[in-house]
Each structure stands twice: as C-alpha cells, then as structure tokens.
Design a protein around this ligand. Structure first.
Ligand code: PMP
Length: 305
C-alpha cells in the first residue's frame, strides 16, 4: 500500500500508518498460517456504518479456531478496533482488513512459541471489479487451477495461505485478458471465484454451489439468500457444472469487495444476453439499498462507527 498518513490498529494500539511494521522473520510470512477478514463500511444517511460487523468478526474467530490460533483479544475488542480505525482515518466509506498472524519469536513449521498478533487497517476502496463491471458485467475464465479440496486446506477458514491458489487463478485469468477466474473443485464442479462466491439464474430460479465444493461461506452470499427470500426468488444450493453456467440466463459473483457483480461471459461463451440480467439487477439494487441503510428491515446489520 502506498505510503500515506493515517492510523492502523495494531495489537491494541492505534499506530501511525508508517510505523505499522513487522519483522522479516515473522512466522506467517514464511509458512502462511494466518487469518483475515474483508469488511466494508458504507456512508449511510445515518452516518458511516460497518456492514455485518458481527458476522465478519465471528468468521475471523472461526478461521483462527480452525487454524488453532488463539486471538489474544475478545470479539468486542476486535469490533471496537474496527470502528476506531474508521473514525481515526476519517473515512466515510471504506474497506477494512483485520488480520491475525504469528510473530517472529521462532521459525520452524510448528508455530508454538510465537505470539499471535492482530491488526486492523482501513482505506477507501471503490468497486473491486470496476464500476463498469457492476453495470455491464465482467468476463470470467474457468481456471486451469483446481480449488482447494476440503481436506487439503481448510476451506471454511479465510486463511492467508488459501489465497496462493486464488492468486494463481486470478493472475492466469488477467494474463489471458479476462477480469476474474472461476475455480472448479477437485471433482470438476463449480466452486467459487478467486475472491467471490458465484450464483447462476436459470428459468427464474437461483443456484449456487453448496459449501462442500470448497467455497467460502460468504457473508454477501448469505445476504443474497435474505434478498432472494424477500423477492420471492427460490435459491437452490447444489453441485453446478461449468456448462450449466454457459447456458444459464444470468450469472453473478458476490463478495464484500466485489459486492454483487454480474458475469457476462465465461470462457468466451456469452451468458444470457451478455449484459447485467434483470434478476441480477434486482438483487444488486436490493443489496445496495441494504448496505447503504435504505432498507429498515436490515438496520441491525449496520454498526455505526
Ligand atoms: N470466496 C472467497 C475465496 C473470498 O475471498 C471471498 C471474499 N471474502 C468470498 C468468497 C466472499 O465472501 P464475503 O461475501 O464474506 O466477502
């Protein structure tokens, strides 16, 4: 991240952006055992508010539990840290990144004996897959890389090390002229994007892979479940093949960073009309109403900073 003014919460203290440093012998830097979150705060009419803060903090603690890391702070402290970082950086809307990692007390695969650290940073971050992508849809490539098998790495943890697989897939897709990668599981069924869950629309019904395909239990994915219930749209979680996406009416990615991004092409095959579909547009618009505080039903999902 570029050099800048600002504050980062690190191990219980608010430190200057430029001083938030770690040692090169940090265990996580060498072996990749760490967990993180991606959270967004929106500039709602009632003021800046973090979307589904509780669920993100719960997932961070679950990720740490799966990795057998003991976070030395309570969930309340981690929630307060996130609110404090948004305030300290005077951000109206932003992306937040909590991360927990092992210190540099000792190397060797066993992390025992290393201190567990936690930091929270925040910065302004617009549409992850581009404003244009939100409106027109993006072009996606089925990756030559397989998504993690559920017993190779722990797919319900938002673990640092899981992302080398995402990075390979994303780089391959970008180098080949696409916007993002779609990964299949070890059996060849659709899993998820490099940093997004996937949904398809066919004959008015919505389909998404069940989590046994190694997809992360996305908080935006869950938000879409609520939106579909409100809109009277049926959602089916099932195994999905890549060719079901080719012949779908619509498809879209979801994620905290990606929000609700339509997919207009997979592997150069046009999906539906090759534009943001009408059902995707409805879901996207309901999503932006909720995160921006325009739907009172979900006011509890917004935590004022
Ligand atoms: N899958 C992966 C691999 C991700 O990195 C993300 C982003 N956290 C998601 C799915 C979507 O999860 P969420 O909606 O909770 O951001």
């Amino acid at each position: 991240m570029a050099d800048r003014d600002g504050k980062i919460w690190m191990d219980g203290e608010m430190v200057d952006w430029r001083d938030a440093k770690i040692h090169v012998l940090s265990h996580t830097l060498h072996y990749g055992c760490g967990a993180f979150e991606g959270v967004r705060a929106y500039n709602t009419e009632a003021g800046t508010a973090i979307f589904r803060l509780k669920e993100h903090t719960d997932r961070l603690f679950n990720s740490a539990k799966i990795l057998r890391m003991a976070i030395p702070f309570s969930k309340e402290e981690v929630n307060e840290a996130q609110k404090a970082v948004v305030r300290a950086n005077k951000l109206e809307s932003c992306y937040l990144r909590p991360l927990t990692w092992y210190g540099s007390e000792k190397l060797g695969v066993s992390p025992k004996g290393n201190r567990v650290h936690l930091m929270v940073a925040a910065w302004a971050w617009g549409a992850y897959l581009g404003e244009e992508g939100l409106k027109r849809g993006i072009r996606v490539k089925t990756s030559s890389y397989t998504r993690h098998h559920v017993n190779i790495t722990m797919t319900q943890a938002k673990a640092v090390s899981n992302y080398s697989n995402s990075i390979l897939a994303n780089m391959e897709a970008l180098d080949d002229g696409y916007d993002e990668a779609l990964l299949l599981d070890a059996s060849g069924f659709v899993s998820e994007g490099a940093g997004e869950n996937i949904f398809v629309v066919k004959d008015g019904k919505i389909y998404t892979p069940d989590l046994s395909a190694g997809a992360l239990n996305g908080i935006t994915r869950n938000t879409v479940f609520h939106i579909c219930a409100d809109l009277g749209l049926e959602i089916v979680q099932k195994r999905i093949t890549r060719d079901e996406i080719y012949i779908a009416d619509e498809a879209f990615f979801t994620g905290t960073a990606a929000e609700v991004t339509p997919i207009r092409e997979l592997d150069r095959v046009q999906i539906g009309a090759g534009a943001r579909g009408p059902i995707t547009e409805k879901i996207q618009s309901a999503f932006f109403d909720i995160v921006n505080g325009r739907n009172p039903k979900y006011a509890d999902w917004l935590t004022r900073v």
